[in-house]
Design a protein around this ligand. Structure first.
Ligand code: FAD
Ligand code: NAP
Length: 341
C-alpha cells in the first residue's frame, strides 16, 4: 500500500493506467513530483493497463522490432513508472471536486485524496456489438478487432474477405485502410445511408475492393479458434443469411471514460475532454491536464497516448513550477504561464 499523507496535498495525481497514464507517471516521477497513480480497479470492459490489455500483438509501438504483446508492453510501462518511485493504487476515482483547491478526488474505496494538479488519462472504450463470440474472438486474437490500423496488417487478414461494421467515418477509414491487405472488404451497415462525411463516402464508393451490405446487422459471429463467417440479418425483413469472412472490424464508435467528471471540466459534445489550447494538454480547469484517448477522438493510438502523457506531465510540472494554484488566485492566464516555461 503506497504512502499517502492525508494532510499534505499530492503534487500530481494521475488517473488512468494506459500508455498515457504510465508515460505521465514516468515523466512526473523523474521530475521528482512523487506521482500517485489511480490505475483503476477493473471491470468487464476496463482493466488496469488499459485497452492494450485486451489485444494480442502490438506491432506499431516503436522500439519493438518483432512486436510485443499488449499485456507485456503495459507491464513494462508500469514497472518503468514504479522504478522511479511512482505510487500506485488499484482503485477507480469515482468523484472529483475541481472547484476546491487543492482538488479533492474520491476513490471507489472511499479514500479522499487532495492534489495540487491532476492528469486525466482514463482512456476510452471501443463500442462492441455485444455478441458472445465477438468478445471471445476479440480477446483471443481470433480475427475480431476494433482497431483496423492496429491489426489490419497482421498476416491472417491478407488476401481475405474482411467485414467492417458501421457507417461512420471510422468505418469508411477502416474499410479503405483494409483494402491495402484484403481481397475484398464488405461494409455492413444497419441503415441504407451512411453517417460518414461526403468525402469519405465518395472515397469508399470509388474503391473497387469495397462493397456494401445495406440495412444489415450482424446477428452472430461464427468460428471456434478463428472467425469463419457472420450471420447477417436484414433489418427490414428480418431475413438471415451467412457471409464467409476471415476478419471482422467493428467501427461503431468509442465512449470516453469521462462519466466521473460530469460538470467538473469542459467536455466536447461527444464526451471527450476539451483541451482548448493547441498542442497543450491544459483543460478548462487550470491545474487539470488530460492525455491519451480521453482527450483524443482522432488518433487513438498507443504511441500518441504515450506522447500526450509525456506532454501532460511536462505541462503539470511547469504549471506547478510557476506557482500553480497561486498563479490562478492571482488570475494569471494559465496558457501564458505554461508557455513562459
Ligand atoms: P487506455 O488504454 O484506454 O487506458 C485507460 C485506463 O485507465 C483504463 O483501462 C482503466 O484501467 C483506467 N481508468 C479508466 N477510468 C478510470 C477511473 N475513473 N479511475 C481510475 N482508473 C481509470 N493502439 C496502437 O497503437 N497499436 C495497437 O496495436 C493497438 N491495438 C489495439 C487493440 C485493441 C483491441 C484496442 C481496443 C485498442 C488498440 N489500440 C492500439 C489503441 C490503444 O490501445 C489506445 O489508443 C491506447 O491504449 C490509449 O491509451 P490511454 O492511456 O489513453 O487509455
Ligand atoms: P460515429 O460517427 O458515431 O458512427 C458510428 C457508426 O456506427 C454509425 O454509422 C452507426 O449507425 C453505427 N453503429 C452504432 N452503434 C451500432 C450498433 N450497435 N450496431 C451497428 N451499427 C452501429 O462514430 P465514428 O465513425 O467512430 O466517428 C466518430 C467521430 O470521429 C465522428 O465525428 C467522425 O466524423 C470522426 N472521424 C473522422 C474521421 C475522418 O475525418 N477521417 C475518421 C474517423 C472518425 P447509424 O449511422 O445508424 O447511427
Amino acid at each position: 500500500m503506497p504512502d499517502i499523507d492525508v494532510k499534505e496535498p499530492e503534487q500530481v495525481v494521475i488517473i488512468g493506467s494506459g500508455p498515457a497514464g504510465w508515460t505521465a507517471a514516468i515523466y512526473a516521477a523523474r521530475a521528482e513530483l512523487n506521482p500517485l497513480v489511480f490505475e483503476g480497479q477493473g471491470s468487464k470492459t476496463m482493466i488496469p493497463g488499459g485497452q492494450l490489455m485486451f489485444t494480442t500483438e502490438v506491432e506499431n509501438y516503436p522500439g519493438f522490432r518483432d512486436g510485443i504483446t499488449g499485456q507485456e508492453l503495459m507491464m513494462e510501462m508500469r514497472a518503468q513508472a514504479e522504478r522511479f518511485g511512482t505510487r500506485i493504487l488499484t482503485e477507480d476515482i469515482v468523484e472529483v471536486d475541481f472547484q476546491q483547491r487543492p482538488f479533492v478526488l474520491t476513490s471507489s474505496r472511499g479514500k479522499e485524496v487532495r492534489a495540487d494538479s491532476v492528469i486525466l488519462a482514463t482512456g476510452a472504450n471501443a463500442r462492441w456489438l455485444g455478441l458472445p463470440n465477438e468478445e471471445r474472438l476479440a480477446q483471443t486474437g481470433g480475427g475480431v478487432s476494433a482497431c483496423a490500423v492496429c491489426d489490419g496488417a497482421l498476416p491472417h487478414f491478407r488476401e481475405k474477405v474482411l467485414a467492417v461494421v458501421g457507417g461512420g467515418d471510422s468505418a469508411m477509414e477502416d474499410a479503405l485502410y483494409l483494402t491495402k491487405f484484403a481481397e475484398e472488404v464488405v461494409v455492413i451497415h444497419r441503415r441504407d445511408e451512411l453517417r460518414a462525411s461526403k468525402i469519405m463516402q465518395d472515397r469508399a464508393f470509388a474503391n473497387e475492393k469495397i462493397r456494401f451490405e445495406w440495412d444489415t446487422e450482424v446477428a452472430e459471429v461464427l468460428g471456434d479458434e478463428e472467425i469463419t463467417g457472420l450471420v447477417l440479418e436484414d433489418t427490414t425483413s428480418g431475413e438471415q443469411r451467412e457471409l464467409a469472412v476471415s476478419g471482422m472490424f467493428v467501427a461503431i464508435g468509442h465512449d470516453p471514460n469521462t462519466g466521473f467528471l460530469e460538470g467538473q471540466v469542459k467536455l466536447k459534445e461527444n464526451g471527450y475532454i476539451e483541451c482548448p489550447v493547441n498542442f497543450r494538454t491544459n483543460t478548462s480547469v487550470p491545474g487539470v491536464f488530460a492525455a491519451g484517448d480521453v482527450m483524443d477522438d482522432y488518433y487513438r493510438q498507443a504511441v500518441s497516448a504515450a506522447g500526450t502523457g509525456c506532454m501532460a506531465a511536462l505541462d503539470a510540472e511547469r504549471w506547478l513550477a510557476h506557482g500553480g494554484a497561486e498563479s490562478v488566485a492571482a488570475e494569471e492566464p494559465v496558457a501564458e504561464v505554461v508557455e513562459a516555461g
